[in-house]
Ligand binder design. Sequence first.
Ligand SMILES: *[C@@H]1O[C@H](CO)[C@@H](O)[C@H](O)[C@H]1NC(C)=O
Ligand SMILES: *[C@@H]1O[C@H](CO)[C@@H](O)[C@H](O)[C@H]1NC(C)=O
Ligand SMILES: *[C@@H]1O[C@H](CO)[C@@H](O)[C@H](O)[C@H]1NC(C)=O
Length: 348
Amino acid sequence: MELSKVLFRSYFFLLSLLITGNEGWQHGAHHVRPTKLFVFGDSYADTGNYKKSEANSWKFPYGITFPGKPSGRFSDGRVLTDYLAKYLGVKSPIPYRWRKFAPKCLQFGMNFATGGTGVFDTLVSEPNMTTQIDNFEKLITKDSVYTKMDLQSSLALVSLAGNDYSAYFARGGSAQGLQSFITLVVNQLSLNLKRINGLGVRKVAVTTLEPLGCLPRSTVMSSFQQCNETENKAVSFHNILVQQVVAKLNNESQDSAFFVLDLFSSFSRVLKSKGAPLGNLKFETPLKPCCMGISRSYACGSMDEKGGKMYTVCTNPESAFFWDTLHPTQAGWHSVYLALQASLEEIH
Ligand SMILES: *[C@@H]1O[C@H](CO)[C@@H](O)[C@H](O)[C@H]1NC(C)=O
Ligand SMILES: *[C@@H]1O[C@H](CO)[C@@H](O)[C@H](O)[C@H]1NC(C)=O
Ligand SMILES: *[C@@H]1O[C@H](CO)[C@@H](O)[C@H](O)[C@H]1NC(C)=O
C-alpha cells in the first residue's frame, strides 16, 4: 500500500514536470521566448552559406535525409541551427547568402555561419566571425532590416567547432605554442560575444568545443574504436576558458545575457551511451562515420573525372552518429539536441 502510494506520487510528480515543461515549450507561459535566431560560426551551424561551387555540402549525398537533396548543410540532414530554431518554434533562419531571395523569411532571423571558418582566418578564405558580425551590423545600421525591438526578442547562436586549431596545425604551429594560441582564440571569441550583445541581441549562446579527439578524423587511427585523449585534453582547456569568459561577461552585463551550450558533454554523453537513453536512436559503432572516402585522399561526396563515386555511404544514416569525418548525422544532432535540453532552459 505504502509503496504504491509513493510510486503513484512520484508518477504524478513526473507527470506534472512533463506537463509544465511542455506548456512552457508551447506557449512560453511566464517567459519571453525569442522570436528570431541569429547564427554565427562554422559548419556545425551553416545551413547554406558556403559557396556552391566549392563545398561538398552542395553535393550528393549531403542532404539525402533532409531536405532530400544537397542544401549546403554539412550533414545528411538537419544541423544544430535547425534544432535550435525548432526549440524556439521558428523557421530555420535564412542563410545570409540567400537573404535577397526570400524577404518573407527575414522575420525568423538570419544565419551567417559559414563552413570552415573560425574567429581568425582559417584555411577557407572567408568570412571569419568578425566579418560575419560586420555583415550583421550593416543589416541593422545601414539597411535597417532589423530594429532594436527585433533584437531584444532575439537569440544568437555562436558555433566554434575548431577550425582555428586545424589552421594552426596546418600552418606548422607547435604543440608547445598551442596553449597560448587557445587563449588568443577564446579572447577573440569573448570580444565577438560581447559585440553581438552590444548590437542589441538579448541572449547569446556559445558552444563549447566538441571532443575533437572523438571525430572520425582522429579515430580512424584506431579503426574508430578510441578517442584521442591528447586532443581532448587540449579541448578541455579551451572549454574551461570559454566557461570563465562567459561567467565574466555575465558578471559585467545586466541580465545574464550569455550562456554555454555544452557540446563537449552532450557529444560525450551520446557517444558513451551509444545514444541509448535519448529517444529511440541507437548508434552501434558510434565513432564510425556513415559516409567515407574510399581512401584518405577522398572525402564524402568526392567524384572522379568521369563522375564515379569515390566514397561509400551506409545504408541507414539513422544508425550512425557521424555523417562524415567531422560532422554528425541528423540523427546525431537530434540526440545532441536532446542531451542539451537542460542548458536550453537558459534561453528564458
Ligand atoms: C577577418 O577578416 C577580415 C577581412 O578579411 C580581416 O581584415 C580581419 O583581420 C579578420 N579578423 C580576424 C580577427 O582575424
Ligand atoms: C593523438 O593526437 C596527437 C595530436 O594530434 C597525435 O600527435 C597523436 O599521435 C595521436 N595519438 C594517437 C594514439 O592517435
Ligand atoms: C564580478 O565583478 C566584481 C566587480 O565588478 C568582482 O569583484 C567579482 O569578483 C566578479 N565575480 C566574478 C565571479 O567574476
